[in-house]
Design a protein around this ligand. Structure first.
Ligand code: TYD
Ligand code: MG
Length: 477
């Protein structure tokens, strides 16, 4: 038999190479390549690995090397003969969690859930597992595998959260072969692996937690999930740099990637879908932390508004859209004389975009910020990714510079282009309705998003439709 050839795995980005090099040619990190025996990853380049992962189907060729845990073999068949029951949605019992998943958990899907330690990953998954174990359709077929905590700790957590623990099965184990054997025996409809960083495979000699261990273990579990239709949650810890150890490897392998975001000192928790084969990307689930675990927030818009009694300069409410729903979010700006070289800071927004917007405001709005510090912050720790926030950001800066408050009954949205034009954003009418629902009386919005004049459903709101940044500034002040 041919001797297994070694390959090298970058411990930073997970790329595979046939040869050792001092610098990873993929992510440019130095001294990160570590030798890994080439057991089940016969690809020496990343694009091959990628295409395998993104197909999301089991590879029978590689199961020969690592074992086939479901005991079934894939067969070639006509496309129309494939049963399409895979897209069954299983409710998790927490409506906001169903929302980020794209409407419930899909059977046979693999979900990676990442976040800082202590943010609530184990809590929400234990809630989900106990809820789902009690669902009639699943009839107790949920398995929670803990590699971090003892069974007693998990039981204590369930008790503290007052979760019904009678139907959920638990296993404390870190060896992936043993876990797969247990899954094969128990055949749960959903399984939770908390966390993937603690899991290791006998097939590789390196220590648990390294990229190759994570990748191999996750690949084996993913293969099991795909072959049996088991829905799988993998918990992943985020490192200091804000990414999972071996992140790209796992992100490509799984169907859905969820991250906790926001401030850990806040009472609220947000989970964002950064990838989802079964739902909208950037969908945001919003939860409140309680003694009994994470609970859905009924009116999420309300938590991102600071609600002063009096309007204050530098504050503007925008109607953002995260995933599939509009959200009212307050943006605050402080522009002040600089004591040295001017600083720009953006919390919850893209820093580069802020610099660009300030340049547009100088050229096309006649308001300059040179020699001044500009700080912009989104209230509530939410990250605003879409460009519909542009106009609100600039009006907040202008309001701070002019030291003039905008009315607290005003809501704003719109993208700002490099030539000072105000561009439309998706779902404009839905955003207007959200503003009306929360009692806003005026809205400055892109002309192309404006409803037809006299439209009955927008009677309650005074729509100011603008085409250019200078129009917007003039109508605001
Ligand atoms: P935990 O779920 O253990 O975090 P992670 O698995 O992401 O590291 O949560 C940390 C602690 O916070 C834990 O002691 C439970 C507590 N907690 C609550 O009491 N209520 C909640 O709603 C949440 C999210 C956490
Ligand atoms: Mg945990």
């Amino acid at each position: 038999m041919a001797k297994n050839k070694s390959s090298y795995v970058c411990q930073s980005c997970g790329a595979h190479f046939g040869k050792w090099a001092g610098q990873c040619s993929d992510c440019s990190e130095w001294n990160t390549l570590v030798e890994a025996p080439n057991v089940s990853m016969p690809h020496h380049n990343k694009s091959a690995a990628k295409s395998t992962a993104s197909r999301g189907t089991p590879r029978t060729a590689s199961t020969a090397a690592t074992g086939n845990y479901s005991g079934t073999h894939s067969a070639v068949m006509p496309l129309n003969a494939v049963s399409v029951t895979l897209d069954t949605r299983l409710p998790t019992g927490i409506s906001e969690f169903d929302r980020v998943l794209g409407g419930g958990l899909v059977a046979g899907s693999v979900v990676l859930i990442g976040g800082d330690p202590g943010i609530g990953k184990s809590t929400i998954l234990l809630q989900t597992a106990t809820n789902m174990a009690r669902a009639d359709s699943l009839a107790g077929s949920a398995l929670y595998v803990t590699g971090e905590e003892s069974l007693a700790q998990v039981a204590m957590r369930a008790k503290r959260l007052e979760l019904p623990a009678d139907r959920l099965r638990v296993l404390a184990e870190t060896n992936v072969e043993t876990i797969c054997a247990a899954l094969t025996q128990e055949q749960p409809a959903i399984a939770i692996i908390d966390s993937i960083q603690t899991i290791y495979t006998d097939a590789i000699s390196s220590a648990p937690g390294g990229v190759s261990q994570i990748r191999e273990s996750a690949a084996m579990l993913t293969r099991y999930a795909k072959q049996t239709g088991t829905a799988l949650f993998l918990v992943g810890h985020v490192t200091k740099e804000g990414t999972l150890a071996g992140p790209r490897v796992l992100e490509h392998m799984v169907d859905t990637v969820l991250y906790f975001e926001g401030q850990s000192d806040s009472r609220f928790r947000m989970i964002r879908a950064v990838k989802n084969r079964f739902g909208a990307v950037n969908e945001l689930g919003i939860f409140g932390m309680t003694d009994l675990g994470l609970k859905e927030v009924a009116n999420p818009s309300a938590i991102f508004l600071s609600r002063y009694d009096k309007p204050v300069a530098g504050s503007v409410v925008m109607v953002s859209r995260e995933g599939t729903r509009p959200l009212l979010v307050e943006v605050q700006a402080l522009v002040d004389d600089s004591q040295g070289s001017p600083r720009r800071m953006a919390l919850g927004l893209d820093f580069q975009r802020l610099s660009m917007l300030l340049a547009v405001m100088h050229r096309h709005g006649g308001i300059h910020t040179s020699g001044q510090d500009v700080y912009v912050n989104v209230v509530g720790g939410v990250k605003v990714i879409e460009t519909g926030s542009d106009l609100a950001v600039l009006l907040a800066c202008a309001s701070s510079i002019k030291e003039r408050a905008l009315p607290s009954s005003l809501a704003v949205f719109g993208e700002v282009g490099l030539s000072g034009e105000i561009r439309p954003v998706p779902n404009g009418q839905e955003r207007l309705k959200e503003a009306m629902k929360h009692g806003f009386k005026h809205a400055i919005i892109p002309k192309a998003n404006a409803p037809a004049k006299g439209a009955a459903q927008f009677k309650g709101i005074n729509v100011i439709a603008v085409e250019r940044l200078d129009d917007a500034i003039e109508s605001a002040f």
